[in-house]
Design a binder for this molecule. Sequence first.
Ligand code: BV8
Length: 253
Amino acid sequence: MLEEKIKEVAGILAPKPALVILTGAGVSAESGVPTFRGPDGLWRQFRAEDLATPEAFARQPALVWEWYDWRRQKIHSVEPNSAHLTLARWEKYFPFFVLITQNVDGLHQKAGSTRILELHGNIWKVRCTREGKVFENRQVPLSQIPPLCSDCGALLRPHVVWFGEALPADVLEEAFKACSQASVMLVIGTSALVQPAASLPLFARQHGATIIEINLEPTPLSTYADFSLYGRAGEILPLIDQHLPRENLEVKG
Ligand code: BV8
């Protein structure tokens, strides 16, 4: 059954349609990065939704930063998996290819993807809470919790989008635009619960895109998907890749 669907999906991708990808925490799960809502989604006794908020940070900046430092240490110690690597290859082979991610772990970049729309920011960037200046910070572990701005001494925050915060308008606009142009949209490893990211596949579908979902289990998106492939992204994506016609893989000029 799955094998048949993989061949069918490869047949859809063979003519190199305009391809848009949306990834979620499930793509990084096989690298060993805990997902948000899976069994491993807890830290100490807290849920991610409780900590990834401006209110939690205002109340307990050190606690929130301990959680981010713990995640940064985990992410620092893992490698991209074959799902990330396949998507990085596909960026070169599909003339129209846009990778939209909800993940903040930077593993798509580490796998070689270059053009990425990070809807929810990046855990390796920090932002001054006073001046808004953004810095890259790859210190593992952080030498000071909570970290302070080297320019003005104010508290630094992770440069990520918390619950209740607006997504970066330019990135979100580019993501919706890509979805309006997509012929095929692959939705990989997301529970399709978090808005507005979860609206992107529906928007693509309204514009005529074929929706293909890859997940371990059904999600609220499944009823709208043309194909749902149940299994691990790190196994399914390379299998689809193997079924693509080899001449399809010459590097784009
Ligand atoms: C906003 C960054 C408004 C931080 C994150 C009621 C209805 C609709 C919306 C809302 C509502 N109540 C509140 C809202 C809004 C809220 C929201 O959507 N809440 C949800 C929970 C109901 N959204 C927001 O607050 C957004 N902002 O709406 O602002 C606004 C507008 C203008 C002005 C001011 C305000 C902001 C949302 C962004 C939150 N930040 N992350 C950080 O990371 O620390 S979201 C967080 O969830 C991560 O980014 C994560 O990627 C994302 C989505 O989760 P998933 O990626 O799907 O991960 P999850 O664990 O859930 O699922 C993993 C999936 O993978 C599962 O399906 C599993 O089966 C699968 N899987 C596992 N292993 C594998 C696999 N699949 C394949 N292979 C495997 N091996």
